[in-house]
Write a protein that binds this ligand. Structure first.
Ligand code: KG4
Ligand code: ZN
Length: 403
């Protein structure tokens, strides 16, 4: 089946079309088209994501991205003789549907008419469902994608699938599973998910797809948040993750700088649970920076390297403990911080060390994207968690939606 998926939970506007098959046991996914517009340059000057601005940008971007994505996927088919669209009996949109679409998009009213115009002048694409991120995330941003998806589902008469953003991160690595190779055993359960993003740090016990139990989480800052805040202390631009990662790498490459002059704490490393805390680590960086008279570029690199080592130590140890305790067969990484080279490298080593299967999404699909929303929606579709296009009214954006 083909699914069109929409993601607008934070500062990326993304739409993808994926093809999914194989069912829950051997799911296989292929990207037909994938488009992302990042708002990073717009939010950079605020040092973080500004919700009202994110909503405005999503509203502006959604329809053009939809057209681009359909075109890339060979699914953009204008109705011939579209000049005579009023005689377009092939795809009539009733007065009643038009009114409903206006109502759905009342807070994004500027795209209601352009969307209707587009729908009237193009054939309904051959897709089987429309999926959208329902939460967690920034509510004004989420609403934009949800309303757009509701309107589209109604106009095209397609099933509507609301998706949890974190479940999307959890399944993003399935995109590259070598399901076609005879060696691939599929994801063996119980699996463990380590979700590390800008808003979340969670260890999730996965008994089966859609059967999740949160066994550990951060008590304060998320890992990505700590990266972003430490970056700000060091005068590095938003988002901080990639910047810190770059400097840390430079430190490791430079043999002259090999030994570090100070150490940062590894918070909650030896506690008897699977929880995390990164706020103390962030504060330790703050004091370190304050105590140094002049933070030279070399010292900056050293701080980044030590910060990253501390993060990796904590994530690795807690994950290993959770693997041992729960007899885990597959470890699945997900979330924007998974794009980090050091984290990828260190976790990959566990494959041999613990002889378990480890899935890590490719760097491009580690940070927010719509492909992962499409993948998660396939499982929901198989489980019949779909809504008819005229029954989407009760779906609301949920900023704190839990897995
Ligand atoms: O999953 P994501 O794209 O958005 C949320 O759902 O939060 O994650 C964004 C987070 C940001 O905090 C960003 O700094 C971090 O992921 N990040 C990284 C890297 N790339 C993005 N952190 C460390 N190393 C990276 N290479
Ligand atoms: Zn995310």
């Amino acid at each position: 089946m083909k699914i069109l998926a929409i993601e607008t939970s934070c500062d990326e506007t993304a739409i993808s079309i994926i093809e999914a098959k194989g069912g829950l046991k051997k799911p296989q996914f292929k990207i037909i088209a994938d488009t992302i517009i990042s708002q990073i340059n717009i939010h950079k000057e605020y040092g973080g994501v500004f919700p009202a601005l994110a909503k405005r940008e999503h509203t502006k971007n959604l329809l053009p991205i939809l057209l681009t994505t359909l075109k890339k996927g060979g699914l953009l088919n204008p109705v011939s003789n579209s000049k005579n669209k009023i005689f377009n009996f092939q795809f009539p949109i009733s007065k009643q549907t038009t009114n409903k679409i206006h109502k759905i998009l009342e807070r994004e009213i500027e795209i209601a008419e352009p969307l209707l115009e587009f729908v009237k002048t193009h054939k309904i694409p051959k897709i089987d469902a429309i999926a959208v991120t329902q939460g967690p995330g920034l509510e004004p941003a989420l609403w934009t994608g949800i309303n757009f998806a509701k309107a589209l589902a109604l106009a095209w008469d397609k099933p509507f699938i609301p998706v949890n953003h974190m479940e999307g991160h959890l399944v993003a690595s399935l995109l590259k599973s070598k399901v076609t190779s005879s060696k691939y055993k599929g994801v063996e359960f119980p699996a463990l998910g380590l979700l590390i993003s800008g808003g979340h740090t969670e260890l999730v016990l996965i008994k089966d797809w859609m059967d999740y139990k949160l066994i550990g989480q951060t008590r304060d800052d998320a890992v990505g948040e700590a990266y972003d805040k430490v970056a700000r202390m060091l005068g590095l631009p938003y988002p901080g993750g990639p910047e810190i990662s770059k400097l840390s790498e430079e430190f490791s490459k430079n043999l002259k700088l090999k030994t570090k002059n100070f150490t940062l704490p590894r918070p909650m490393l030896h506690t008897n649970d699977f929880d995390f805390s990164f706020s103390g680590l962030k504060t330790a960086v703050l004091y370190t920076v304050k105590n140094i008279k002049k933070v030279t570029p070399e010292i900056k690199k050293e701080i980044c390297a030590e910060f990253e080592d501390a993060v990796v130590d904590v994530l690795l140890l807690k994950t290993k403990k959770a693997i041992a305790k729960n007899d885990i067969k597959t470890l699945i990484l997900g979330g924007g911080v998974t794009a980090n080279k050091k984290i990828r490298k260190e976790f990959k080593k566990l494959e041999k060390e613990l002889s378990i299967n480890i899935l890590i999404p490719d760097a491009k699909h580690s940070t927010d994207n719509a492909v992962m929303i499409g993948i998660a929606s396939y499982f929901r579709y198989l489980d019949n968690k779909i809504l008819l296009p005229n029954k989407t009214g009760k779906i609301r954006a949920e900023g704190n939606l839990a897995l």
